[in-house]
Design a protein around this ligand. Structure first.
Ligand SMILES: Cc1cc2nc3c(=O)[nH]c(=O)nc-3n(C[C@H](O)[C@H](O)[C@H](O)COP(=O)(O)OP(=O)(O)OC[C@H]3O[C@@H](n4cnc5c(N)ncnc54)[C@H](O)[C@@H]3O)c2cc1C
Length: 388
């Protein structure tokens, strides 16, 4: 990278969100440079999650999480189909095991309908058993639009599209500074892993898209933003997964989720330990929710007992010995432990005195599903079409 070379937009971060933004921006005719500190794309949150295409049921109507998930899902299936990215619309059951959970899934149905999710239907115990003979519940909310996707394949398809439209990806570069300059912003980046030399290198741009995932709050702070005043400080929350050993002999056709702890959105916790299917036919359970882990991504084998207990409520007979520690991911959460719903931030920051800085902060689930819609919104923020 030549010192202070110029482009229209620098996107920081080559996860699903940054690559979707790069693709949408490049398609809109801007010159785009994507800067990523790792030696490849989708090495952080995008590759450590449930890989579920969410229908858009859970988040409060009108929130960005809800509108971008619904729009993102509508864009995603044709995108994956058209580019040959592996995915399957397997459908999902959100299972109630007692009366209080039946009330909650009925509340979720109302919320899903308010969010415009098609095809939702409440099932009785017999219909649940007909769909999934091993699942026990007094009822379930069935969502036919939910599915699974190869997250890395999706990210690579976004990169290919962005590059086809002229964007450039610069790997092994850690963005360490952001300062206003005559043209907009001057970014300083250091080479990682012996790449790019010892010195900080600079690039100028009109607009910076901060799509740095778990590093997005730190990047906003480097630009001069007061994280606590804006409410932009992230509180990473670990989610662990266990794979089900083949010896368990369990087959599932759908994603199977428990009723969430409340209808008012997942807040500081998650959606409950659910059964996800992977595209190779495996079954995985997770994620739980654990704050304060300081980047530790090891899965504690001792959790197999509590996982088996949680899953056993709707899938009786699951034994801890069948659960194999798989992987963990970190959610870039704006919500502190115990705090209620916090929305995505996808916003141009003129209001706070940072024109040309577009922050994507707190992009936890359903960020993979929402990525294409986030890309659209980023373009809209550039031309002032989207109300904040
Ligand atoms: C446990 C878990 C389960 C989830 N399940 C689902 C699900 O089933 N469905 C769904 O839709 N969503 C799910 N999500 C959410 C989804 O994974 C994320 O919303 C999405 O992947 C976020 O993508 P991203 O591009 O913002 O972040 P990332 O993929 O983390 O990308 C950010 C990139 O920025 C780079 N970066 C950071 N700082 C710098 C810097 N200073 N310089 C250069 N590069 C930098 C990082 O290296 C990284 O590559 C889940 C998340 C978790 C953690």
């Amino acid at each position: 990278m030549a010192p202070a070379a110029g482009v229209d937009v620098v996107v920081v971060g080559a996860g699903a969100v940054g690559l979707a933004a790069a693709s949408a921006l490049a398609r809109s005719g801007r010159s785009v440079l994507v800067m990523e500190r790792h030696g490849g794309v989708a090495r952080e949150v995008t590759s450590r999650n449930s890989q579920v295409i969410h229908a858009g049921i859970y988040s409060p109507p009108g929130s960005l999480k809800s509108t971008l998930c619904t729009r993102g899902r509508e864009l995603l299936y044709p995108w994956l189909e058209g580019r040959g990215v592996a995915h399957r619309k397997v459908g999902k059951l959100i299972v109630a095991v007692d009366e209080s959970e039946r009330v909650r899934i009925a509340g979720l149905l109302d919320r899903g309908l308010a969010n415009g999710v098609p095809g939702l239907v409440l099932l009785g115990a017999r219909e649940v058993r007909a769909r999934e003979p091993r699942v026990v519940g007094s009822g379930a909310l069935y969502s036919p639009e939910s599915g699974i996707v190869d997250g890395l394949g999706f990210a690579l398809s976004l990169l290919a599209d962005a590059e086809t439209h002229g964007a450039t990806l610069l790997l092994h570069h850690d963005v360490v500074s952001l300062e206003p300059c005559a043209w907009g912003w001057r970014l300083g980046a250091r080479g990682v892993g012996g790449m790019g030399g010892e010195d900080t290198q600079f690039v100028d741009c009109e607009v910076v898209v901060n799509a740095a995932g778990l590093g997005a709050d730190g990047l906003a702070e480097r630009a001069g933003m007061d994280l606590d005043a804006q409410g932009y400080r992230l509180h990473p929350c670990k989610g662990s997964y266990f794979a089900l050993a083949g010896a368990a002999g369990l087959n599932l056709r759908h994603l199977v989720y428990p009723a969430p702890p409340s209808v008012s959105g997942p807040g500081g916790g998650g959606l409950g330990i659910h059964a996800t299917l992977d595209l190779a036919g495996g079954i995985r359970f997770g994620p739980d929710a654990e704050y304060g882990v300081d980047g530790d991504l090891a899965v504690d084998p001792g959790k197999a007992i509590s996982f088996a207990r949680a899953v056993g409520r709707y899938l009786p007979g699951i034994r801890p010995a069948w659960l194999l520690p798989d992987f963990a991911g970190l959610r870039p959460k704006l919500a502190r432990p115990g705090e209620g719903f916090r929305d995505f931030v996808v916003k141009e920051e003129s209001e706070f005195g940072f024109p040309g800085l577009i922050n994507c902060i707190g992009i936890e689930s359903p960020g993979l599903t929402a990525a294409l819609a986030i890309g659209e919104r980023v373009v809209g923020q550039m031309v002032g079409q989207v109300a904040s």
